[in-house]
Ligand binder design. Structure first.
Ligand SMILES: NC(=O)c1ccc[n+]([C@@H]2O[C@H](COP(=O)([O-])OP(=O)(O)OC[C@H]3O[C@@H](n4cnc5c(N)ncnc54)[C@H](OP(=O)(O)O)[C@@H]3O)[C@@H](O)[C@H]2O)c1
Length: 325
């Protein structure tokens, strides 16, 4: 299918890790008419400002990759901000996009929408089948509302005006533009920083919380961007074939997982840390396994292209660049 590369595309959150990867992917695919605003220029929680933006720019398509995101600590400390800001951002963007005539929109969710005890790997139909993980429940509720909002607009306005709003749910992502904050980052950037620092001070050992046995899945962010553009470009008949009006989201995962001990060894190798890795089993492990079932997107023809080892090498290079600048 051919796509109009002159379509005006708004990428919300274009300076974030995922948004910037989507911008790279769109440019790579020859889309030339992109529009964005920084957070400072346009606060997406401000309804009047968002309305004004859509009326002025009148984009054809929207990628909604702006969100308030954070780790367990931030989610636990600021639950009100997580639920309020995410609901406001997505309500404003989705509704004003609709009012200004945007036909195609892609909403980015997260694997935390699935119940804490969902069977593994988690398929799309696990949504709303059980209780969520309490630590990020407010954030997850906002993301579920975002999926249901796209779905409801699609159900009400899809037939009459051709509106086609979709959602994708990524697994854990890593790559350039990640957050390396010492206390508030995800496992890959946190380990990259710790192994790098341990190498620099020639520390003999790095201690990692837990037993090292929990299994996790990771996807390189440029693969997530390629999946996002793929999902947006998918012909409607194909998309509809594997989704249904009230279950319209698609999972995006790498397709295999590994345990934290293997991940730590891989990151030690990538960063050149030569000391010992010690696991502290007195510290909590978290869920034993968390993995997406991404077979629907695979069946539709998408697959990742960056394996974990290459992805970590690229990410470490980006980390070194970041700390030297
Ligand atoms: N990273 C992951 O592992 C992961 C996994 C699954 C799903 N996702 C999803 O992917 C999406 C993007 O995540 P990310 O990792 O790219 O996060 P990120 O790096 O923090 O990027 C989010 C972007 O949104 C902007 N933003 C936040 N609130 C805003 C507001 N009120 N107005 C305007 N802009 C605002 C941020 O700007 P400022 O920084 O200036 O506030 C930032 O540029 C999220 O929906 C997230 O749930 C991420």
């Amino acid at each position: 299918m051919s796509h109009n590369h002159d379509s005006k595309i708004y990428v919300a959150g274009h300076r974030g890790m995922v948004g910037s990867a989507i911008v790279r992917e769109l440019a790579r695919k020859g889309y030339t008419n992109l529009v964005y605003r920084t957070h400072q220029e346009l606060d997406l929680t401000n309804q009047a400002a968002v309305k004004d933006f859509f009326e002025t720019e009148k984009p054809d398509q929207v990628y909604l990759a702006a969100a308030k995101v954070g780790g367990i600590h931030a989610n636990n400390t600021y639950p009100a901000e997580f639920i309020y800001e995410n609901l406001m951002v997505q309500n404003n963007v989705i509704h004003q996009a609709f009012l200004s005539g945007v036909k195609k929109l892609l909403f980015l969710g997260s694997s935390c929408i699935y119940p804490k005890l969902a069977s593994q790997p988690m398929a799309e139909d696990a949504l709303l089948t059980g209780k969520l993980e309490p630590t990020n429940e407010p954030y997850a509720i906002a993301k579920i509302a975002g999926i249901k909002m796209c779905e409801s607009y699609h159900r009400q306005h899809g037939q009459s005006n051709g509106l086609d709003y979709r959602s994708v749910m990524p697994t854990n992502l890593y790559g350039p533009g990640d957050n390396y904050h010492p206390e508030n980052s995800h496992v890959i950037p946190a380990l990259i920083r710790r192994f790098h620092e341990a190498k620099m001070i020639q520390s003999p050992e790095v201690v990692i919380w837990g037993t090292g046995t929990p299994r996790r899945e990771f996807l390189y962010v440029d693969d997530m961007a390629s999946a996002s553009v793929f999902a947006m470009e998918l012909d409607k008949n194909h998309y509809d074939r594997l989704t249904s009006p009230m279950q319209s989201h698609l999972n995006v995962g790498f397709g295999s997982d590994l345990n934290i001990a293997d991940l730590a060894n891989l990151i030690a190798r990538t960063t050149g840390f030569k000391g010992k890795i010690h696991f502290d089993p007195s510290k909590p492990d978290g869920t034993p396994r968390k993995m997406m079932d991404s077979s629907k997107l695979r069946q539709l023809g998408w697959q990742p292209s960056v394996d974990l080892e290459s992805g970590l090498t690229l990410t470490y290079a980006n980390f070194l660049q970041k700390i030297s600048s």
